[in-house]
Design a protein around this ligand. Structure first.
Ligand SMILES: [Zn+2]
Length: 502
């Protein structure tokens, strides 16, 4: 009894407290005003498997709410009928100025990284892009450059190259002219030590792992290659390889190096590395992954490759290695097909060519294979540059998903967003916030029409903006609206590796 009489006032007090608390809660829950609301789109998140009509609220550069309820915002955009996907992440671009970035953003890309070759003067290059990039940028440490600068005899050319980087005029071609003479040099023991020390210090400037395009330096002794993998294994720094030759033995070489040294490995453009052996190549990569090795691969959705004529890819015997002839090469400056005579003439000036060498079924197999990432290998701007530079992602969604039904929409989105983000999380922890549409993720968002999205760049007509990408948001800022570039916004941020000195 005693306890009952005592409990009365306590009950009353509790009720009063509850009412006051609820009133307070209601006040606190007065609708949040988001910076931007994307209303009524089909929201697809490859990690949580969300695929539903939702409203997405963006606040302070992050995704703050995903809801079926109406949301209030300073700017509300109706995106019904469109897909709201994480911004596409491209692990493999060579063209990195805003000229190429504009093509990339029309293709839905919000992060474009040069990982195959990497960048010269890592820290200076990151600094040169700060505050002026349309989309997110980043690069690996460039192994050919780090070995070049380990050699006494090339010290004089270093200043020239640094100036190009600072003026943002460096590209694959400038690298070639200055660094390529060193590609056939065999390193002394001291130069090898210096190369490894250089790689380490460039990683500390923010590099996203190590770019090892050995296909451009195929005379590199296997033990030099192995030493670079060994360093990568010790540091847990991701290695990206363009293999020594386009054949199976070269794929086995990098897999052997990675498994023996513990280096995480990403093999770039498996389509042009494996050619007709794509089935066996895919089998080896997935077998390695199933055994727990950190090995992945990527491809671009085209049947032609592209590179400079002066590169080692066109050394004696290229016709047999690639299974093609002069007429399969097409100049990017004019579109003309080459002959023995025009090949020799254009090789002297390292003209870039498109190499028609793959079969459509090889590409389909690569795209359909689980775990294979889509990456463009986008080139430096030139009117007739390889169309992958502008159309890789829209082509995958338009041709391979909608028209040819090689994979479904959700799987394709996963290969362009979550998988590349996952691939980089070990080396760049900030990638945990990209490649997802989740509360707390970075507001890097691509909104496209699945019924119309398609690439427009062609081998004959040259580069053109893709169609069907309606909105692209980078770090909470629209860079593309109603299919048009928003002028004078530069929200792109650097993506840095975990070794970066604070
Ligand atoms: Zn390559």
């Amino acid at each position: 009894m005693k306890s009952l009489t005592k409990s009365k006032p306590l009950k009353t007090f509790l009720c009063l407290f509850l009412i006051l608390f609820l009133v307070g809660e209601l006040k606190a829950q007065s609708p949040v005003q988001y910076d931007i609301v994307l209303e009524g789109g089909r929201v697809i998140d490859p990690e949580t498997k969300l695929d539903a009509i939702k409203n997405v609220g963006i606040l302070n550069n992050r995704i703050a709410q995903i809801s079926s309820e109406p949301l209030q915002g300073k700017e509300i955009i109706n995106v019904s009928g469109l897909v709201v996907a994480p911004g596409f992440i491209d692990l493999h671009v060579h063209g990195m100025t805003n000229v190429e970035q504009e093509y990339q953003l029309h293709d839905g890309v919000t992060t474009a990284l040069e990982l195959e070759s990497g960048i010269e003067f890592t820290g200076a290059w990151y600094a040169s892009r700060q505050g002026n990039a349309l989309i997110h940028y980043g690069a690996s440490v460039n192994w050919p450059f780090e070995r070049f600068r380990s050699m006494e005899k090339y010290q004089e050319s270093l200043g020239q190259l640094l100036e190009l980087v600072q003026k943002r005029e460096n590209n694959l071609e400038s690298l070639w002219h200055i660094v390529a003479p060193s590609f056939t040099e065999v390193l002394t023991a001291e130069e090898m030590d210096r190369t490894l020390a250089n790689i380490k210090s460039s990683l500390e400037e923010g590099g996203l792992g190590i770019g090892v395009p050995i296909g451009y330096l195929p005379s590199t002794p296997p033990d030099e290659m192995y030493s670079v993998f060994e360093l990568a294994g010790q540091l847990d720094a991701l290695v990206y390889t363009h293999n020594r030759y386009p054949d199976i033995l070269s794929i086995q070489e990098v897999i052997a190096n990675a498994t023996l040294t513990g280096a995480p490995l990403h093999i770039v453009h498996l389509n042009s590395m494996a050619l007709g052996q794509i089935d066996f190549a895919l089998h080896m990569v997935s077998a390695a992954a199933q055994k727990g090795y950190d090995i992945t691969t990527e491809l671009y959705p085209y049947t032609a490759a592209s590179t400079g004529l002066m590169t080692a890819i066109f050394n004696e015997g290229w016709q047999e290695k690639l299974g093609i002839d002069y007429g399969d090469l097409q100049l990017v400056t004019t579109g003309e097909r080459l002959t023995q005579e025009t090949f020799a003439r254009n090789r002297r000036t390292n003209q870039t060519v498109i190499i028609h060498l793959m079969k459509p079924e090889w590409i389909q197999k690569g795209i359909a294979a689980p775990g294979v990432i889509i990456a463009s290998d986008g080139m430096t701007y030139s009117k007739l540059a390889h169309p992958r530079t502008a159309g890789t992602f829209s082509r995958t969604l338009g041709k391979y998903v909608r028209e040819d039904k090689v994979i479904d929409l959700n799987t394709a989105i996963e290969k362009m967003t979550l998988l590349p983000a996952n691939r980089l999380e070990g080396i760049a922890p900030m990638m945990r916030f990209k490649g997802r549409i989740q509360v707390g993720s970075d507001a890097d968002i691509t909104v496209f029409d699945p019924k119309t999205i398609i690439d427009k760049a062609t081998f004959e007509g040259g580069l053109a903006f893709s169609e069907g990408v309606e909105y692209v948001m980078v770090n909470g800022t629209f860079v593309l609206k109603n299919g048009r570039t928003v002028p004078n916004v530069f929200p792109g941020q650097g993506v840095y590796g975990k070794f970066k000195n604070k």
